[in-house]
Design a protein around this ligand. Structure first.
Ligand code: ADP
Ligand code: MG
Length: 397
């Protein structure tokens, strides 16, 4: 689960990290009070969407030369004008996809006096099996480009889960940034605090880009992006409060109610598959034959008819879906349960696109019989290769 920058900063502030004062607004009528709650002389008005690259983003509704989604403002009037220009409009950044995201919340923050911008993240590093800090002096910009062009400027510092982030670890990170004096002292304290927050709150990713050193040689968290491990959220009701469903795909929210592993994609072939590996292979083979999957979906081993029905409805609710491929290899999952779910869902919502069904494994004869006798307009397939070719042909002609 992702949260907004201002929420991430609230959490980090609670752990003692240095963040600027700020006020979030969810309605334009709150703007003046928010601006007046800060002393100035510089206000920064920041779009709150679940995507980065906001500073360099463009608003769909504004002229090409309008400023981006993070605006430094030198008077209260200018800050208010920026709020009015941004609020409710659609921001397109390198991370939002071409459709962009509507800005329904803004964060108004004290302007910082920046000497340098650094990059910091904490993540679970699968290669070393450790939680690692990733540090680079090249902050504030596209870290992927830095990794590509100048990988020597990126330092990875692994942390032992048993010992936690020690003074020696924190000193290594400070060295990577070449911090000195007060910034070094504050940095060492901050890195330990960030690690504590990461572990205690079950974060999957904490990215601070930029972490800044101010002209007074203080360190400050200037941007914050946090993702939480969804499997640990049950331990954190306080974090669940931060969930902003308007930032999530409606189909994914619906799927989560049924405990379905569903991820919306932008292709035209809806997929209902059991097993994550088979689901990946199904998406690959659809690509191989020249079309694109509309979703990833693993209905799981013990799916009930109710769950399969829900899954089918979610797939058909996607207006991009021009055909559906059901690919079930019944091991724990039974083919007859899948067949019943599909039939029930079609009865409930109808079927306006071609449907290819490939069933194999437990109770396959019963499953096929149910589908054959249902009167549904189903294209039967013998194996995965055949199924993929048939659905692509049905959709693309
Ligand atoms: P994004 O990464 O989505 O573009 P950031 O929060 O990193 O958004 O902001 C982009 C840039 O705007 C920063 O790199 C920094 O230069 C500037 N900026 C952001 N917040 C402030 C602030 N409070 N004071 C001064 N400059 C800021
Ligand atoms: Mg940033």
């Amino acid at each position: 689960m992702n949260i907004h920058e201002y929420q991430a900063k609230q959490i980090l502030k609670g752990f003692g990290a240095p963040v600027a004062d700020g006020a979030a607004i969810t309605d334009i009528t709150q703007a003046e009070a928010a601006i007046n709650s800060l002393p100035g002389p510089v206000w920064v008005v920041k779009s709150q969407i679940h995507a980065g690259g906001r500073g360099k983003g463009k608003f769909v509704e504004l002229p090409e030369d309008a400023k981006g989604g993070v605006r430094v403002s030198f008077s209260a009037e200018e800050a208010l004008a920026n709020v009015k220009e941004m609020f409710g409009n659609t921001l397109v950044t390198a991370q939002t996809g071409p459709a962009g995201k509507q800005v329904n919340r803004l964060y108004i923050e004290d302007g910082a006096d920046i000497e340098s911008e650094l990059y910091l993240s904490i993540l679970v590093d699968r290669e070393t099996g450790q939680t690692s800090f990733v540090a680079s002096t090249e902050g504030g910009m596209d870290i992927e480009a830095v990794a590509e062009e100048t990988p020597e400027l990126i330092h990875t510092i692994g942390i032992s889960a048993a010992a936690g982030c020690t003074d020696a670890d924190a000193a290594k990170i400070a060295d990577a940034y070449k911090l000195e004096g007060t910034a070094r002292e504050q940095g060492i304290a901050l890195f330990k605090v960030l690690y504590k927050a990461f572990v205690e709150k079950d974060m999957a990713l904490l990215e601070i880009n930029p972490l800044i050193v101010t002209k007074k040689n203080d360190v400050q968290v200037l941007d914050a992006k946090v993702s939480f491990d969804g499997n640990a959220l049950f331990r954190h009701p306080d974090i669940m409060e931060y969930r902003d469903e308007t930032e999530e795909d409606a189909k994914e929210i619906e799927a989560s109610k049924y405990d379905l592993a569903y991820i919306a994609l932008d292709g035209e072939i809806g997929c209902m598959v059991n097993g994550a590996g088979l689901a990946m292979a199904t998406m690959d083979i659809i690509k191989l034959y020249g079309a694109s999957p509309a979703n990833f979906l693993d209905v799981g081993g013990g799916a009930t008819t109710e769950k399969v029905t829900a899954a089918f409805k979610i797939i058909t609710s996607d207006p991009n879906v021009k055909g559906i491929l059901v690919n079930i290899f019944g091991g724990i999952m039974r083919c007859d349960v899948i067949a019943e779910g599909v039939i029930q869902a079609v009865k409930d919502v109808g079927l306006e696109v071609p449907l290819v069904v490939r069933l194999e494994g437990t109770k396959v004869a019963e499953g096929k019989k149910l589908i054959n006798e249902s009167g549904l307009n189903v294209i039967a397939a013998d194996d995965l290769d055949d199924a993929a070719q048939k659905i692509v042909k049905a959709v693309k002609g």
